[in-house]
Design a protein around this ligand. Structure first.
Ligand code: ADP
Length: 133
């Protein structure tokens, strides 16, 4: 895959876990998995932070999303990190899955194909992200 873009997404999600988890634990797990015959990389970033309300889950990947609660404001941020990460992962042929239990924590799962040549856009066109240099 494109190491630089994947790293941006991981840093963003891991950075959020650190930002929102004042006292607690963050685990990052990496697996290589097979999905319908495609070799995939899967990273799970779990935290024991405040969690995200079910009603917010679908919206937090929208650009400039603000949950409107005091904690988002206190911790700061433009509300762009997850929007960018979700789009970058899609461009790599992958996805961002989010699950959360308010009061208990959140898990952000990043899944991308091992090989960039298998990355496919939503329109089904292969996506050329390789740098020519
Ligand atoms: P920001 O840079 O403002 O944090 P993001 O797009 O990275 O923007 O995140 C959007 C919102 O999603 C955050 O403001 C926060 O409400 C919520 N969020 C993201 N990660 C976490 C997390 N690990 N735990 C709780 N809430 C989170």
């Amino acid at each position: 895959t494109d190491e630089m873009r994947l790293r941006q997404c991981l840093l963003n999600v891991a950075g959020n876990a650190c930002k929102f988890t004042r006292d607690g634990r963050i685990d990052i797990r990496a697996h290589r998995v097979d999905e319908d015959g495609r070799a995939m990389l899967r990273f799970e970033v779990s935290d024991t932070g405040p969690g995200i309300a079910q009603a917010q889950l679908a919206q937090i990947t929208e650009p400039f999303h603000d949950t409107g609660d005091a904690s988002s404001y206190r911790f700061g941020g433009a509300g762009l990190g997850l929007a960018i990460s979700q789009r970058l992962l899609a461009q790599l042929g992958g996805r961002l899955d989010i699950s959360s239990t308010p009061g208990a924590g959140s898990t952000f799962t990043l899944t991308v194909p091992v090989n960039l040549t298998e990355a496919v856009t939503a329109e089904g066109e292969p996506r050329a992200l390789e740098r020519s240099a």
